[in-house]
Write a protein that binds this ligand. Structure first.
Ligand code: 8NA
Ligand code: MG
Ligand code: MG
Length: 345
């Protein structure tokens, strides 16, 4: 693969914010006609818009905490990151957090807390959350650590601060891995990329905790590997309907039903598609396609955006879109700082 260039870092962080801000419009919608998606995206080109009119949600709020913590502590510091999550939530509780994770975030803001992983472990009768809230903020880990083993380890731990079920934190590891490989220029050819992800996740999911969680939730023995095989089958086909993507991969708030979906969106949109404007480049196609799936659109577009941004680089993102999104300029500045940290370590 090619070098992990500054443009890729900027693309990853900015397009993640973009997916969150732009995707908020359709979050939770069951059906989103492509026509409505394109209308929404076209309206961002309107000169009178801009200046951050689209607010970011929990996805970006927590990713910003991850970024600030990694930069300030020049690495992963669980106490610091946990405190930032708690503080962010108590300052802005109205960012659209998942209904369960709110309990964790309240506990994380308590100053006397010693075991910062404990509140997450108490969720859902001790089973922990399998939501996509760990994965939605995982991209910055790939931008802070050049070593693949570090990316996996710290993306997992960073997710466990709120998501202690393996089906939650393993989704974060998969998302960080996808961004890591995309930064190296390893996204294309897609079959090879998926095979790399499967090989890595085979290792990640090869343990008793994962097998036990999968058994309880009636999933395949290695749930993310199984989903990645489905992604590979879908990208091998010339025509795939939105309905098939939703039924095969999902579009919901569980990490298992959204991280592989986000990866599929990026790979499917490497080529021009009939349902999308010819004037769109790959990154624009990825964002538009993610929104058209409906469901957890902000989070799927945020995760797909981060992977696509790492692949195409910052130049692929329309300026008019960036201007409309709260926090996009900040993300751009912080991407530069993470780039410096990455090459210093
Ligand atoms: P979370 O940890 O509260 O999980 C999200 C939801 O998943 C929970 O509220 C539960 O319904 C369900 N869930 C997770 N683990 C379990 C379990 N072990 N047993 C039973 N149910 C479980 O929050 P999160 O941080 O993972 O949530 C992230 C998502 O919520 C993001 O998409 C974010 O944008 C936000 N959000 C999504 C929607 C939407 O309609 N898609 C709406 C509002 C907020
Ligand atoms: Mg959100
Ligand atoms: Mg969401």
């Amino acid at each position: 693969g090619g070098p992990a260039s500054l443009s890729r870092f900027r693309g990853a962080l900015v397009a993640g914010v973009l997916g969150d801000c732009v995707g908020g419009e359709f979050e939770g919608a069951e059906e989103v006609p492509m026509e409505r998606v394109l209308q929404h995206l076209n309206s961002l080109d309107d000169e009178t818009k801009g200046n951050g009119i689209l607010d970011y949600s929990d996805d970006t709020a927590m990713a910003r905490c991850v970024v600030q913590s990694l930069l300030t502590r020049t690495g992963y510091d669980e106490q610091d990151m946990a405190r930032r999550f708690g503080k962010e939530f108590s300052t802005s509780p109205g960012r659209g957090y998942g209904s369960g994770v709110v309990q964790v975030l309240k506990k994380l803001s308590a100053p006397q807390l010693s075991d910062v992983y404990q509140p997450a472990r108490a969720q859902f009768n001790g089973r922990g959350s399998f939501g996509n809230g760990g994965a939605m903020r995982a991209a910055p880990f790939a931008l802070a650590f050049p070593d693949l083993a570090d990316v996996k380890r710290f993306a997992g731990l960073g997710a466990m601060l709120t998501h202690s079920c393996s089906l939650g934190y393993n989704g974060a590891i998969l998302q960080a891995l996808a961004v890591h490989l995309a930064l190296q220029g390893a996204l294309d050819p897609p079959q090879q990329f998926i095979n790399r992800l499967i090989a890595e996740m085979e290792e990640v999911e090869d343990n008793e905790v994962t097998r036990n969680d999968a058994r309880i939730l009636k999933e395949a023995e290695k749930p993310f590997c199984e989903r990645l095989h489905r992604v590979r089958d879908l990208i091998d086909r010339s025509k795939v309907s939105i309905e098939e993507v939703i039924s095969e991969l999902g579009n919901g708030v569980a990490a298992l039903h959204s991280v592989p979906t986000a990866i599929f969106c990026v790979l499917h949109c490497l080529q021009p598609r009939e349902c999308l404007p010819e004037s769109y480049g790959g990154l624009e196609r990825t964002i538009a396609y993610s929104l058209a799936l409906g469901g957890d659109t902000d989070t799927i577009a945020c995760m797909a955006g981060a992977i696509a941004g790492a692949h195409y680089g910052i130049e692929a993102i329309p300026q008019s879109w960036i201007k409309c999104c709260e926090g996009a300029e900040d993300a751009d500045v912080n991407a530069g700082r993470l780039h410096a940290l990455y090459y210093q370590s």
